[in-house]
Design a protein around this ligand. Structure first.
Ligand code: PHE
Length: 335
């Protein structure tokens, strides 16, 4: 039968075209040519089926369906084979290569110094306590024996917080020293006391290589019976040497603070000159009275050290402003 030959030829031509196609676009062209519904070869064959005689119809119809199904199946096979192949050949993903490491940050040198200080002072038996950065005048001044008319209370030398933020208790300010925590600690606990507190303090200083309007202090306080100045000096010398090495030179210079008597300024050798790194002294009896301790029964020492200055010396940083500029080129060096 001619018509059956036509189906066979159709199938052979279609198969050859399918095998010959090498891209998805070429296969799509083949599909339109051989399986397209509107025109194309399949339409022509369908017309032949319609013209078949009544006896031939079942046979011809079956042959037509077979040819169409075969061609469709072969085409789909090629299409899915092609897309799988193209996926594996065009992707450059190689599961055997090492992964890309996300960039790791570094701990800020000041944060690192704070952690070091806590660890060192812990070994000397000092507990770490925290205090608020927003303070009232009692903790920043009054209880520290700093009278109303003392120049340290000058609004131009402190960050007082605007009237709207005032509490019923009076003016509030950003603490200018961590000595506030001495008071808070003694208010909350009976002697003996042996604490350090590390945190930010704020002063409207003009920024330069060694000054910032915000910096960090480590406050220390030891209260017991028979605490001596010799213990204070020994502790600070040992501390400085533990942090900066055995060659560091520390000196104590007579000075004045309202809350210590006697008082000293603590200096550190910096090249050919001396750099002030903190203050210290024996706790003034008025401070003990302000917190309800009996100055005839207890004695104590206190100190406040500038953390940035130790950090600068340790990491050989020549300008305090580097710590606050967030320049990754600087910070990366501490990774
Ligand atoms: N609070 C003083 C300052 O900030 C330092 C200090 C602390 C001095 C404790 C004596 C005792 O300058």
């Amino acid at each position: 039968m001619d018509i059956l030959n036509a189906f066979r030829e159709y199938q052979e031509a279609a198969t050859a075209a399918i095998e010959g196609a090498s891209t998805a676009e070429e296969l799509e062209q083949v599909r339109i040519e051989f399986l397209g519904q509107k025109k194309g070869k399949l339409r022509e064959l369908q017309g032949l089926v319609g013209k078949a005689s009544k006896e031939e119809k079942p046979l011809v119809g079956k042959a037509f369906n077979e040819a169409r199904t075969n061609v469709t199946a072969r085409l789909e096979q090629r299409i899915s084979g092609l897309s799988q192949h193209s996926q594996s050949s065009t992707s450059d993903f190689d599961p055997t290569l090492p992964g890309q490491l996300p960039p790791l940050g570094a701990i800020h040198p000041v944060t690192r110094t704070i952690a070091n200080f806590r660890e060192l002072m812990g070994r000397f038996g000092f507990r770490v306590v925290e205090g608020p950065e927003i303070e009232d005048e009692r903790h920043n001044f009054d209880a520290l024996n700093i009278p109303e008319d003392h120049p340290a209370r000058d609004p131009l030398d402190n960050f007082y917080i605007a009237t709207a933020a005032k509490t019923a208790g009076g003016p509030i300010l950003l603490r200018s020293q961590t000595s506030t925590v001495q008071i808070r600690t003694m208010e909350a606990a009976k002697p003996p006391v042996r604490i350090v507190s590390l945190g930010r303090v704020y002063r409207p200083d003009t920024m330069d290589a060694t000054h910032s309007c915000m910096f960090h202090q480590m406050e220390g306080l030891m209260v017991d019976t028979n605490v001596t100045m010799a213990q204070l000096k020994t502790l600070l010398s040992l501390f400085a040497r533990s942090f900066l090495g055995p060659d560091v030179e520390i000196r104590f210079r007579p000075s004045f603070f309202p809350f210590t008597e006697p008082s000293v300024e603590v200096d550190m050798k910096w090249g050919d000159s001396w750099m002030e790194v903190g203050g210290a002294g024996m706790v003034d009896p008025n401070v003990f009275r302000a917190v309800g301790y009996d100055p005839d029964k207890v004695s104590g020492f206190a100190f406040g050290l500038g953390i940035e200055r130790f950090c600068m010396k340790h990491y050989e940083v020549d300008d305090i402003r580097r710590f606050y500029e967030n320049d990754v080129r600087f910070l990366k060096q501490f990774a």
